[in-house]
Design a protein around this ligand. Sequence first.
Ligand code: CP
Length: 380
Amino acid sequence: MTDNTQHIDDGKAPSDSLIESPGLYPEPRKLLSENVVDVGILKTLVKRSTISVSQFDRESVLELYKLAALLEVTEIASSHPLDGKIVITAFFEASTRTRLSFESAVLRLDGKVISIPDGRTTGTAKGESLADIGEMLNAYGDLVVMRHTETDSIEQITSKLRLPLINAGNGTGEHPTQALADWYAILKWNPQLKGETAPEKRIHLGILGTPGSMRAVRSFLDMSLLFRQGIRKISIVSEMADPLGPRLENELKESGVEWQVTNDINDVLSDVDVIYMNSIAFLGDSYRTLDSRFKLHGGSKLKPGAVVLHPLARLDELSPSLDDTKHNLYFTQAHGAVFVRQALLIATLDRFDRLPKSIPISSRSGESQEAVLKHPTESA
Ligand code: CP
């Protein structure tokens, strides 16, 4: 069997990779080169459910990121953008980040949250259908964020739900807001990837995982194809014989991006610029680990400027010895999700008119005002 660990993980980061911060917390203002948010583009999201990455194009994602970046650097608490709105978080599968970051996003915008943190506390324990729960939720709030173990849970609940629904992970299906958060972190790290990128600046993207079976990895790959003009090559590293399935394989073929599948991390490790990894998948009726023999740690021979993303939770495939290195983009990825989700909530609930005037939006062109920055000592 191939030795995929190769380098010894002594629990410590190599001393030459300790950094002050740029890899850990890239500056969101790099995304604000034209910082007027085009509400016309974001209006396409109003009252719309977010179920799949396939609903987005690059233009709408970039506009959402512009708003997210402005929310990240602007004092907004006093504007109460979601005042009077109730968001229902309905989680029928475990979550640390997605539920809490959505709830934090709502509460920081002065909206209200009611929550099902564990589906077993609902009528499902008595055999109630998701369709009937959907009918009830229509009366209780303005938007639903749902995670469920079953891939067809979206179809089940939307048979009766009339509120906008944000898919927070459906079985082996999709996790679209995770993919939005993933690329928000990547573009903060390297804003050149927003548009046409010179060939020598394009990245080699390594994906450690099985996109065909893991919803976060699938959504990440789909979102990556929206930014294909910044990608030189995609390498999928998986122990599965067919990690993609026919749809993703076709999409990759049609994308024009060079791609390969390998079962040995050492084939690509020294060349990849961005590594996306995950190992936990909910398959059938339980959590399983896939591709967990591929491990990264402080001793892994990564390219000097490479960054690592992981949707988390992690097991031992991603060692904490990488946490304090310049390769760690995964904490930025998780932290930035709050602002991406705030931007999506504001758009879906059509609360652009409640944004502070310090956030420049297209319908207010002509009024150029300085943002009230959270960190006023930083230069814009
Ligand atoms: N990334 C992610 O979905 O994390 P949680 O499972 O903790 O929500």
